[in-house]
Design a protein around this ligand. Structure first.
Ligand SMILES: O=C(O)CCC(=O)C(=O)O
Ligand SMILES: [Fe+2]
Length: 219
């Protein structure tokens, strides 16, 4: 296997450029296209104060709405979200093993994500600084990017301001944040149009898939 180039932005926050090869990117684009059609359609998430998010989102395993997870998409069409497939959990374990080089922060073999948030960014979409904190588990978040390159802003766990680091996430890049960085603020201030390689099946825009462990159960 080829050596992986890894950058640790902060303890537990690791960027692995080009982690997904083109075949895997194509397969993920196809999977996201299928999920986007239903049982719950991809849509702009409505915010409690009446706004909508500029990204479009569809969820797998558990449905996220601000600020909780449920099995059914009660803010969309009430349908139960699609089941979280085994292969996606396997991909997550591989990602954690590669990012943490087996073991730091959390044993990769024990990583069992049960939800994926699939976000689609058109050229104008962005995401403000926030924490991923609606999960009851502090297992790492695995983030996969496909399509247009974006500027990803990775901050600190205390507040949404500096210090933060801006890093470009390109198609195929992996970013894992766990351990001391699990609750770090992060966001996407910009997508750079025209940077996607059409060979992935996504001609324009950016797909981001985050795998998370909700820590919830149906009982
Ligand atoms: O698009 C990204 O890279 C980040 C997405 C994100 O932070 C989220 O879905 O919570
Ligand atoms: Fe996030």
């Amino acid at each position: 296997m080829t050596a992986l180039f890894r950058t640790e932005l902060a303890p537990g926050a690791v960027h692995v450029p080009g982690w997904l090869d083109q075949d895997r990117q194509r397969d993920l684009v196809a999977a996201c296209r299928a999920w986007a059609t239903g049982p719950v359609p991809m849509r702009h998430t409505r915010l409690p104060l009446g706004g909508v998010m500029s990204v479009r989102t569809v969820c797998v395993g558990w449905h996220w709405q601000p600020y909780r997870y449920t099995r059914t998409a009660d803010d969309v069409n009430g349908a139960r979200v699609v089941d979280f497939p085994d292969w996606l959990g396997e991909l997550g374990r591989e990602a954690v093993a590669d990012a943490y080089q087996d073991g730091l922060v959390e044993g990769a073999a024990a990583y069992e994500p049960d939800t994926a948030l699939v976000n689609f960014y058109d050229g104008a979409a962005r995401m403000g600084m926030h924490q991923d904190k609606d999960e009851r588990s502090l297992a790492p978040v695995v983030s996969l990017s496909i399509g247009d390159t974006c500027v990803f802003r990775f901050g600190n766990p205390q507040n949404r301001n500096r210090p933060y680091t801006d890093v470009e996430l390109a198609s195929g890049d992996l970013f894992v944040f766990g351990g001391p960085s699990r609750l770090a603020y992060h966001g996407v201030p910009k997508v750079i149009p025209g940077t996607a390689d059409p060979a992935t099946g996504l001609r324009a825009g950016r797909l981001n898939i985050t795998l998370r462990t909700t820590g919830l159960s149906d009982r």
